[in-house]
Ligand binder design. Structure first.
Ligand code: AMP
Length: 412
């Protein structure tokens, strides 16, 4: 038997139903917020992620799936969505569009060679947005509230952890202060952080191994190293969030794993501390990838982690509206017609295709989580009546055949 690669999974059955429901909610939210769907290739030239995500990040150093194609090109399965969207924006000259700014969203699989575990896969799916062309804190607040609203619609109540990394100069000043403070103690940190102090010192702040290190708790605070301009724009973001009633916690150790962020960064966390998503501003990335100087902001959320959390509460997603029970040929003929009428009116319907007896069909209706049963019988059909049973309260009513669609629409 051939089995799937480590860290991958098959999306099917109940999980697939929840997944599709999440996709639907994402599409409808993106529509009203006016983000346009974009699909980029699953693999890109390796160079894109090296320059885009950052040569010193864990993702590029340890987690990418790199391969050489038959012509010797160096390619990489995308580990995240932002670099590809920016590449496409530049390559297709979307900055010359008549639209004042470009707002994209995507839903797609990402690939990271990570150790599989709780909420961590090697192939996983993210939905995300990228808004290119505006430096207005209003749009920072928009993407944060959009991500929160989608998760709320899915029954989750995430906490927004937010931080301000500042502009280039602010970050350089802070980096210097942090390195100066940490250097004498660096042997007390994990081996990765001992490397990070040279390559990417800010990442030490949110190291999952060293997060309880007392030395880190007294480290200089990034928020004390912000220029007036950076402080003012962060204040604006927070004020916009206040007005939208979005709860947030300022977390000055939040850095996130991708190099391109500046100014606002945020993460969406739930009770168990697991991040469902996050994002931030990346005003330099378009230029880094040879595009025009373009401010930008975006987020990405992991769908598998969301599925795991809402699975228990999501039983409703697996319901069908109606199970039609029919035994003899005459009843099956009628079922055939009624099913089509109901389905064309958006009602989900299932029936028996195995010629089972009535008792077994009741059991099958429960297996499908049918909310209502239509129990056809020749007697009622002669009178033009349809027997409908609420499968939860067990109440039964007889409905005139020509009113059945409206009746079902009224109770689901
Ligand atoms: P990132 O692109 O690292 O900012 O991650 C954004 C979100 O994607 C995270 O908060 C997770 O929900 C999800 N995610 C990231 N890496 C993985 C993974 N290896 N497996 C499953 N979900 C992931």
């Amino acid at each position: 038997m051939i089995i799937k690669p480590k860290g991958c999974y098959d999306l099917s059955k109940f999980d697939a139903k929840i997944y599709l429901n999440i996709e639907q909610i994402v599409h409808s939210y993106m529509n009203v917020y006016n983000y346009k769907y974009i699909r980029t290739p699953v693999f890109e030239n390796s160079e894109l992620f090296k320059r885009g995500v950052g040569e010193t990040t864990d993702i590029v150093q340890k987690e990418t799936y790199d391969f050489t194609d038959r012509s010797g090109r160096s390619l990489t399965l995308r580990p995240e969505g932002t670099a590809s969207v920016v590449r496409s924006y530049i390559e297709n000259k979307d900055y010359a569009d008549i639209r004042p700014i470009s707002k994209y969203y995507y839903i797609g699989t990402m690939y990271r060679y990570e150790r599989p575990g709780q909420g961590r896969n090697r192939e996983f799916t993210q939905f995300g947005v990228e808004a290119l062309g505006s430096d207005d804190p209003l749009i920072d607040a928009e993407i944060i509230s959009l991500s929160v609203n989608i998760l709320k619609e899915l029954g989750l109540d995430p906490v927004v952890k937010i931080n301000n990394l500042g502009g280039k100069e602010d970050r350089e000043n802070y980096k210097k202060a942090l390195v100066k403070y940490l250097k004498p103690h660096i042997n007390d940190f994990c081996s990765d952080c001992q490397k990070r102090i040279k390559t990417n010192p800010l990442r030490i702040l949110d190291c999952k191994i060293d997060d309880k290190n007392e030395i880190l708790k007294k480290a200089p605070n990034v928020l004390d190293y912000q220029s007036k301009e950076s402080q003012a724009r962060f204040k604006d973001v927070l004020q916009y969030l206040d007005y939208l009633d979005v709860d947030y916690e300022i977390d000055s150790n939040l850095v996130r794993g991708l190099d391109y962020y500046d100014y606002m960064v945020y993460e969406l966390q739930v009770d168990n501390g697991l991040a469902l998503g996050g994002g931030g501003r990346y005003n330099n990335l378009v230029k880094t990838l040879d595009g025009p100087d373009t401010p930008a902001v975006g987020f990405a959320c992991g769908i598998e982690r969301i599925i795991n959390l809402i699975k228990e509460k999501a039983k409703d997603f697996s319901n069908i509206d109606v199970f039609i029970m029919a035994i003899n040929k005459e009843e099956k003929m009628k079922a055939n017609i009624i099913m089509q009428d109901l389905r064309l009116n958006g009602i989900s319907v299932e029936t028996d295709y195995l010629n089972k007896g009535l008792k077994s069909q009741f059991k099958d209706a429960d297996k499908y989580n049918a909310k209502n049963l239509i129990i056809l019988n020749s007697e009622d059909l002669k009178k033009g009546l349809i027997n409908v049973k609420d499968n939860i309260t067990k109440e039964e009513v007889k409905v005139p055949e020509d009113e059945i669609v409206d009746y079902i629409l009224g109770i689901i």
